[in-house]
Design a protein. Structure first.
Length: 146
């Protein structure tokens, strides 16, 4: 195969121009995404508003009832309400996206290790596991474990 040097140089130049053009767009989008993320941060006021919602108060009341009960039946709606409250608190406390807590298994939960005044749960299945070869971690207060 005979390819002229001029053709190779032309293709090389076009590839470099495309690459630098792509980098500009990519960097601009990265900065836009950072701005979006900053504008979507959860504020203390938002957490207070969440804690004062009727559904949150109902979930807390149900958890309190369940803590002292040896046998208490709950329906699917109450179960979902409690589950959502617990997951929301875990996500807010750990500043995670939902992947790590959502993929946490009961086996991983039961293997939580005490560290200071908290429990650390190692979660194997999460978004960046294949790239980082590390587990995701959730840190829980004792009230979530005991």
């Amino acid at each position: 195969m005979n390819v002229e040097d001029a053709t190779i140089n032309f293709i090389d130049k076009k590839a470099r121009l495309w690459s630098s053009s792509y980098k500009k767009d990519s960097q601009r989008r990265h900065l836009e995404k950072q701005d979006e993320d900053l504008s979507n941060l959860i504020s203390a006021e938002m957490i207070t508003k969440f804690e004062q919602r009727e559904s949150t108060q109902r979930a807390i009341s149900l958890i309190n009832q369940l803590s002292g009960a040896h046998c208490l039946e709950i329906n699917q709606a109450d179960y979902t309400l409690i589950r959502d409250l617990i997951l929301t608190r875990i996500i807010i406390a750990n500043a995670h996206r939902s992947g790590v807590p959502a993929n946490m298994t009961m086996a991983e939960f039961h293997k939580a290790k005490r560290c200071g005044g908290s429990y650390i749960i190692s979660v194997k299945k999460h978004k960046t596991a294949e790239y980082m070869a590390l587990p995701g971690w959730c840190c829980l207060l004792p009230c979530f474990i005991t």
